[in-house]
Ligand binder design. Sequence first.
Ligand SMILES: [Zn+2]
Length: 283
Amino acid sequence: MSTSINTQDKKRSESSVFYLLISFLLVFSTLLLFFTSGLLSSAPAALQYSPSTTLHNSTTTPPSETEKPQLECRGIIFIDPGHGFRNINGTLDRGAGHNTYFYRYSGGMFEYQLVMIISRKIAEVLEARGFTVLMTRDGGMDTMMSRSQRIAMAYNAGSILFLSVHANAFAHSNPAVARSAQGARIYFNRNNPHGFGEQNYLFSRYLAAAIDRTPGASTRQVSLFNNRNFTELQASMPSSLIEVLFLTNPQDAAKAATPAWQYLMARSLAYGIEYFVESRLSS
Ligand SMILES: [Zn+2]
């Protein structure tokens, strides 16, 4: 009897040591998982740029090799939200605004604010699809930066595409004529000094097609224009400049003031960028 009790006690103590060991292993592995998952999830955040990341200050403090994105990504897309900087005389370049229907419908917004909203949305869509997006400004800064500095910034960051985002305004002494211009316009430079003429044209065609395929994105079919004067289109990479709509057209301006349209236009542009990148990979 006593022998059997002793045996049971021994078994019990053996099993409690066993359970203690299992518990210890469980706690240890849980802790290990917790720390490694924390490290893994924090790694991309530390290395990847967020949509609002700007390289504006990189002219004074260039990012070191280790700060450049190290993770596999589908490429760096450079978005340039037009205007938003101080001019040489110190005044903020707001772009179009006053005397536009958009200014009235949006409660006092200017072009530089609208294109910032759209650019941020483009960045969100692209980053969700595996691209890294850099921008010339993040909406909070207003230090002067020339157009040539913007394209140099894109090149130095290793960007594969440059897209400048603007909104149009048509000034005319006859208000009826001023109101008449509407829809998106896209500019490319077929005479790009770095040999990207055809790529610029193709890139712009992809953007236009993506907008035209999206009901409600543009109030009329997108027009394409060759323009050798825009500095933004002198970049050493495929580049394009879009005027998303006319702030001076009542129909366009009403759309521009709504988050739904802002997202629709941004998503179209993001898809146009993605299609173009894919087309280059497959060709
Ligand atoms: Zn503009």
